[in-house]
Design a protein around this ligand. Structure first.
Ligand SMILES: CCCCCCCC/C=C/CCCCCCCCCC(=O)SCCNC(=O)CCNC(=O)[C@H](O)C(C)(C)COP(=O)(O)OP(=O)(O)OC[C@H]1O[C@@H](n2cnc3c(N)ncnc32)[C@H](O)[C@@H]1OP(=O)(O)O
Ligand SMILES: Cc1cc2nc3c(=O)[nH]c(=O)nc-3n(C[C@H](O)[C@H](O)[C@H](O)COP(=O)(O)OP(=O)(O)OC[C@H]3O[C@@H](n4cnc5c(N)ncnc54)[C@H](O)[C@@H]3O)c2cc1C
Length: 640
């Protein structure tokens, strides 16, 4: 590979109108933090073991899982040796060391340990959390079953209290009750947090979490009374062993129920929690993190697509002139620049969401549950919105790279395959949006009754007769007012339909179900408040429906979005550089910092296993015999 930077990219960087480094410092919260991040990334780059892994697509499933375990354990050991204590340092190291592959220990650190910490009594946490943190106990979160994922109340695994032995008996009474999908269940973990229906004194008290040992701590054999296995290959998550698990009257001690909020006493008495949904806390936390995952995935795809578009030349823009950088085509700009802006919007949304989560979850831990519905609605809506928009955007990035985008060498298919799972896991997106919709509906009716609303949804009570004041400058205030107006109108429309259904005599659940399509649209509009001019132009029908904008204003917006493309154009490369993703994080021949994409693609293709021999064994085994057979056939030779 040459050491030169592609001349087009050099020019892009030299003509940018701002200093990308300053923006990097803004993103990572200061120059010291940027420096530290780069130092850590360099440690990884110098690490021969970590650099020895080929991309996961070159391995079969067994190899992918094996490598993922090997690499992640090495990462843990290195983190210990390096003595990194800060969460940011550890995350930076982990991301650089395994940039594409998901960890078979991800659910251990991401859900198992935090849930023990937050849902266990102080004694339970004191006993188990250190074992989890030191990986003496390896665990995961096992909730979903063959028959139910979304409808948690419909889960069928039972945990029946036996006061004689002071144990719970876990059972999978039906085929559909078998746990199915939980990550890392199949091969990695020796413990699970299992969501099961609690029965005591002959009564069901709904779903609760239980700590269950599933494999021997000595030799990792599956505990008697359990059946465990892998569910097979998936679209992504190559290194993750999503599994199935069946309980056959499997006994665990009473104290293995997580009892911070609900309790079962020795005599079998049940003590109710303050709010039954406290058991769902781990899911809320992960939904908040997923917003950040959506940012990382979309921004990486955008970096790749924008850099490649600056390097790729195709067709004549000026007749007879040189071939143009594809980034100069207005249509290419319209595909990519809004995604670049969306990436930045997602980053800020993810950070804001994390702050809100930190505040409300600490209130909840102190017993103040007032803001729980608001947190739930916000986390559900943003998780769904950002993963949907992120995945659509990544696919646009892939296609904007033409044919090369389809190759794993572009790095984009893997980003997509991993993040698209987030549209389903931790709450299927439509279902999540409908949770936010219910909150909006209830809030709308409360607003109509004159009750006060939390700040984020006060816009639901604005006067819908007021028209837009948007002028040539497309001021920030006029844009916010437009989004508020559109969302408020759409929520009101859906609520009126829901009400009209009720007035026709429908039971309230039917009245709700038969208004959910407009409610989903209204909830998307609510989440869309992250956007500006492009969001209006792309959804003009919804903004126009009640004549909120006049014809002149529509023309202004259409002109403005094209003018913004011109504004972004000289800065597009600098804006993606500012994310400061080094090449080894992007793992993309197209998104390289130096822009040497053709050399990289050509080199990369040489590592295809099909190139190990000039003549593949299938020639001797199948092609040659087929040709020999055909050449002997009279029919064929007659035709030839
Ligand atoms: C390549 C490099 C790129 C880098 C980028 C990274 C890319 C990728 C990244 C990945 C990281 C790897 C990690 C992956 C880990 C995967 C982890 C997956 C784990 C799981 O999936 S665990 C299983 C999750 N399951 C779910 O989420 C189930 C969804 N269902 C529910 O949550 C609920 O049942 C429900 C929300 C659907 C509600 O059901 P419903 O029957 O209506 O209601 P009830 O349960 O009876 O509730 C009544 C009432 O309570 C309200 N409520 C519900 N939940 C909550 C809550 N959590 N908090 C507060 N309130 C709640 C509900 O709204 C009702 O209110 P109402 O009566 O309407 O007012
Ligand atoms: C990669 C991956 C990793 C996972 N990891 C884990 C894990 O670690 N632990 C774990 O426990 N689970 C895990 N899961 C399971 C995941 O949490 C569930 O698949 C998810 O919650 C969706 O539930 P479901 O499969 O039952 O979907 P379903 O609910 O069956 O969805 C099917 C369709 O029905 C619609 N639908 C369902 N209910 C409603 C409704 N009330 N209103 C309107 N439409 C509705 C949905 O919108 C969807 O279109 C994982 C899944 C994936 C893909």
């Amino acid at each position: 590979m040459s050491n030169e930077v592609n001349t087009d990219l050099l020019k892009e960087r030299s003509t940018a109108t701002f200093d990308a480094e300053r923006l990097t410092e803004f993103i990572y919260k200061g120059p010291e933090k940027v420096k530290r991040k780069r130092q850590i990334q360099n440690i990884v780059l110098q690490d021969k073991f970590l650099q020895s892994f080929k991309p996961t697509e070159f391995y079969d499933r067994d190899g992918q899982y094996n490598n993922a375990v090997r690499r992640q354990i090495y990462i843990m050991d290195r983190l210990e040796e390096l003595g990194f204590r800060s969460e940011t340092d550890r995350l930076n190291f982990r991301e650089a060391a395994a940039p594409v592959e998901l960890s078979p220990f991800g659910l251990h650190s991401g859900m198992f340990v935090p849930t023990l910490e937050r849902q266990g009594t102080p004694e339970q946490s004191r006993k188990w959390v250190p074992l989890g943190k030191s990986f003496k106990m390896i665990g995961t979160y096992a909730q979903t079953e063959l028959g139910h994922g979304t409808f948690i109340r419909g889960l069928e695994t039972t945990a029946t209290f036996d006061p004689e032995t002071q144990e719970f008996i876990l059972d999978s009474p039906t085929l559909s009750s078998i746990k199915y999908w939980p990550g890392n269940v199949a091969k990695t973990v020796n413990h699970c947090l299992v969501m099961a229906q609690l029965y005591t004194q002959g009564k069901c008290h709904g779903t609760h979490l239980f700590l269950v040992q599933v494999r021997s701590m000595e030799d990792h054999t599956i505990m008697p009374g359990l059946e465990i296995g892998d569910i097979g290959p998936k679209l992504g998550f190559d290194g993750v062993d999503n599994g199935f698990m069946k309980f056959n009257k499997y006994r665990i001690p009473r104290m293995n129920m997580l009892m911070r909020y609900a309790k079962v006493l020795e005599n079998g008495d049940y003590i109710k929690p303050k709010n039954a949904k406290l058991t769902y806390g781990a899911m809320v936390m992960v939904r908040v993190w997923i917003v950040m995952d959506a940012f990382k995935a979309l921004s990486r795809a955008t970096v790749i697509a924008v850099r490649y578009s600056a390097v790729r030349r195709q067709s004549e823009l000026r007749p007879g002139g040189e071939e143009a950088q594809v980034i100069d085509y207005q249509t290419q700009q319209y595909k990519l620049f809004p995604l670049l802006a969306t990436s930045y919007a997602f980053l800020l949304a993810a950070e804001g969401m994390s702050q809100i989560y930190a505040k409300i979850s600490s209130d909840i831990e102190r017993g103040n549950l007032e803001d729980m519905p608001q947190l739930h609605a916000l986390a559900c809506g943003l998780k769904a919105f950002c993963t949907w928009v992120g995945c659509e955007g990544i696919e646009v990035c892939r296609m904007s790279c033409g044919g090369h985008g389809y190759s794993h060498a572009s790095g984009i298919p893997k980003i997509y395959a991993n993040i698209v799972g987030a549209c389903t896991y931790e709450g299927e997106n439509t279902v999540m949006m409908l949770q936010t919709a219910r909150y909006l509906s209830k809030s709308y009716f409360r607003g109509q009754r004159g009750e006060s609303l939390p700040e984020l949804i006060q816009y639901l009570t604005i006067d819908l007769n007021v028209k837009s004041t948007l002028g040539e400058d497309c001021s920030f205030e006029s844009l916010v007012a437009a989004y508020s107006h559109r969302a408020a109108r759409m929520v009101a429309t859906a609520c009126k339909l829901q009400n009209a259904n009720k007035q026709k005599g429908m039971p309230s659940h039917d009245a709700w179900n038969k208004s959910t399509v407009p409610f989903i649209a209204a909830t998307k509009a609510h989440c869309h408040l992250l956007y500006a001019v492009y969001g209006i132009v792309e959804n003009m029908g919804e903004f126009m429906q009640d004549g909120y904008f006049n014809q002149d204003q529509i023309s202004i917006l259409n002109r403005k979005v094209l003018a913004l493309l011109e504004d972004i154009r000289p800065n597009a490369v600098a804006l993606v550089d500012a994310f400061d993703y080094p090449d080894h994080l992007l793992q993309s021949c197209l998104g390289r910092y130096d822009g040497q994409v053709y050399e990289a693609l050509y080199e990369n293709s040489k590592s295809s296993p099909l190139n190990n021999t000039d003549i593949h064994s299938s020639y001797y085994n199948y092609i040659r015999p087929m040709m020999q057979k055909r050449s002997k056939s009279k029919d064929i030779s007659a035709k030839l």
